[in-house]
Design a protein around this ligand. Structure first.
Ligand code: SDX
Length: 334
């Protein structure tokens, strides 16, 4: 862990990079307002290479450090811009005198005509969520960042690939899919048993979003913390969210259902996080970008570890089980 002096230098180096080249706005202007923020963010993160060419010098410790502080400083700005662009709001640069989350929520929510003061409940909840999402072994998106970086591709494009992987509804996109599922259950009259039956029906592609995990065959410890935080945030903000009640009913049923118990399917990190984001006024299409913002330091740390250990290029093994020899049949005879 850094000394106070090292941490102060790190913070200052990051804050010194919190501007984004005005020409990046022209790229953002090229997207329709309807573009999903994860696609926009992945594109803008790749585009940063053009404005920071030294970021591809992966053999230079100095250039690697500069690339790290740049992406840490600029990613929150790009995330806020992506959100504001959809609403037709002017793109805000925030305020370097503020702490990270205070500055981020200001960049996101400040209205052109007024001042913005963040609520301690919102900042505390977001801090908790960002920390809980920071890193998680070799999950799909982190493995993507590492394998792209293993070809000596730069940090920004490795992160861009990680954003693309995280977007999938089986991974980080699940936090958006959970809320959409809970909303659908609410619209359908709140009959959680009907949706539980769909989730267990092998002929039905429906899966209980926010449940199950590639590795965890127990209650995701992060989900326990987030569930408590969801209760606290909704109480502090005086919000009655029927979707939270449906989530709790669904959780109770799934934890008692033999199908889920036998398969060790428990709520994961995405099951409750969307309820907090929603309570904080973050729109559902921005839920997965929030996951990306939280996971960014983990992606960077893992990419840097892979580089410092001079790991060889990634090349997953494959056991070929196909045919050995097949004679070519001319197309007119097929
Ligand atoms: C994240 O890796 C990480 O660490 C990821 C993550 C991180 O921090 O980076 O933790 C973040 O991605 C969490 C996961 C978010 N995704 C979802 O909530 C989507 C819904 N979950 C499922 O799609 C699924 O559980 C996965 C994709 C998460 C895991 O897939 P697996 O490993 O293929 O599931 P499995 O092998 O454990 O499945 C075993 C059985 C199967 O049925 P059978 O063939 O045994 O009859 O359980 C079934 C599956 O069909 N099953 C589900 C289910 N998840 C698994 N059935 C209904 N609903 C579900 N959600």
């Amino acid at each position: 862990m850094p000394t106070e002096e090292q941490l102060e230098k790190f913070h200052n180096d990051i804050k010194a990079q919190s501007h984004v080249d005005e020409d990046v706005k022209k790229i953002l202007d090229g997207f329709p307002k309807s573009a999903h923020p994860m696609g926009v963010l992945s594109s803008l993160t790749s585009a940063l290479v053009a404005f920071n060419p030294s970021s591809v010098n992966v053999d230079s410790e100095e250039d690697m450090y500069k690339a790290i502080v740049k992406i840490l400083a600029k990613f929150p700005v790009l995330t806020a811009w992506t959100y504001r662009k959809r609403l037709g709001l002017p793109l805000d640069y925030g305020d370097d005198s503020l702490r990270y989350v205070d500055n981020f929520v200001k960049m996101m929510f400040k209205k052109p005509s007024g001042e913005y003061t963040s609520k301690p409940t919102v900042v505390d909840a977001l801090n908790k969520l960002l920390i809980l999402h920071a890193d998680h072994e070799q999950n799909c998106s982190t493995s993507t960042v590492r394998i792209v970086g293993s070809s000596h591709a730069g940090l920004f494009v490795s992160i861009s690939a990680g954003i693309a992987a995280l977007w999938g509804p089986l991974h980080g996109g699940a936090n958006q899919a959970v809320i959409e599922m809970l909303e659908a259950i609410k619209e359908d009259g709140g009959d959680t048993k009907k949706f539980m039956a769909k989730a267990k029906d092998k002929d039905d592609p429906f899966r209980l979003m926010g449940f199950g995990h590639r590795v965890y065959k127990n209650f995701d410890p992060r989900a326990k913390i987030i569930k408590k935080a969801a209760d606290d945030v909704l109480e502090d903000l005086g919000i009655e969210d029927p979707v939270l009640d449906i989530a709790k009913a669904l959780e109770k049923e799934a934890l008692e259902d033999p199908y889920f118990v036998e398969r060790k399917l428990y709520p994961n990190v995405d099951f409750y996080s969307g309820i907090i984001y929603r309570a904080l006024g973050i729109p559902v299409e921005m839920f997965t970008p929030m996951f990306a913002l939280g996971r960014l330091p983990g992606w960077i740390a893992q990419w840097r570890e892979m580089r410092l250990q001079k790991e060889p290029i990634g090349r997953p093994r494959q056991i070929y089980v196909g045919a050995n020899l097949r004679s070519f049949v001319p197309i007119e005879k097929r």
